[in-house]
Design a protein around this ligand. Structure first.
Ligand SMILES: Nc1ncnc2c1ncn2[C@@H]1O[C@H](COP(=O)(O)OP(=O)(O)OP(=O)(O)O)[C@@H](O)[C@H]1O
Length: 243
């Protein structure tokens, strides 16, 4: 029996959204002080439960706004659920919002060290991995350029190369591959496969069902914040493709 590495139990999250439009920040502040701001709240996730076993590649699929990124952020500890619990065993390398860990004014090289520190690596560990990161991202000629001048594909190459140094227990990949060109996507898929062979568990979000089929062995299908189906890739994709 394989070990459970992520356990999501009855997770719900409620967001508050302001339902009015304000003409200026000043108007917003005045209304806030007068307590005239009205919110409507909605459940972005409702009673979501699933387990991920060690070495699984779990795909999260569903239409726009179904809650895929939100559940990944809860698993990565970026958001706290309103109800329910998440148990995670091991170190997570999260590739969630493209460029979230980057400082636009710093160069590619400086951002490698900044991101390494955010992921918990020491300066000397990062020095050892630096060549590999530059080679994998194929950004040799851009490491001295501030990343605000990078294209989204270049940013995703660098982010992916940094997040996949070492062998994390859990790798979270949210749509990051979709901005890379097809050749780079293939390179990333190969690296994910190698990591999985070394025991890394992968949580993967993509709108490309082909990519999900290639990478994942299990799927959670989210629909309006609820689990519509959870099972093997083939059976879930078959149903999903019918909608
Ligand atoms: N911080 C937030 N505050 C308010 N609402 C939010 C917040 N984050 C997400 N939402 C809302 O929660 C719902 C789920 O969003 P989420 O980004 O998880 O969906 P998704 O399935 O990843 O969508 P997509 O396929 O478009 O990336 C959406 O309706 C979104 O507008």
């Amino acid at each position: 029996m394989k070990e459970t590495i992520v356990e999501v139990k009855d997770v719900s999250i409620k967001f508050n959204m302001s339902s009015e439009k304000y003409d200026s920040f000043k108007e917003y502040i005045i209304k806030m002080i007068k307590q005239q701001i009205t919110y409507h709240s909605f459940w972005a996730l409702k009673n979501v439960s699933f387990e991920v076993k060690k070495g699984d590649r779990l795909g999260l699929i569903g239409l726009n706004g179904s809650g895929k990124s939100t559940i990944l952020k809860i698993i990565a500890g970026i958001l706290r659920p309103t109800q329910g619990t998440v148990k995670v065993k091991g170190k997570i390398a999260p590739l969630i919002e493209l460029g979230a860990g980057f400082d636009g004014d710093l160069t590619g090289e400086e951002n490698v060290y900044l991101n390494g520190a955010l992921l918990g690596y020491s300066q000397s560990e990062m020095k050892k991995s630096y060549r590999d990161i530059v080679e994998f991202s194929e950004l040799e000629n851009f490491m001295n350029v501030p990343v605000k001048n990078y294209s989204s594909g270049m940013l995703s190459r660098l982010a992916f190369a940094i997040a996949t140094i070492g062998i994390p227990d859990i790798l979270i990949v949210d749509e990051v591959l979709s901005v890379g060109d097809f050749r780079f996507q293939k390179k990333c898929e190969d690296r994910i496969k190698k990591m999985q062979e070394s025991g890394t568990t992968v949580l993967f979000v993509s709108h490309s069902i082909e990519q999900v089929k290639k990478i994942c062995n299990k799927i959670v299908w989210l629909d309006h914040g609820r689990v519509r189906m959870y099972g093997n890739t083939r059976e879930v994709c078959e149903e999903y493709e019918k909608i």
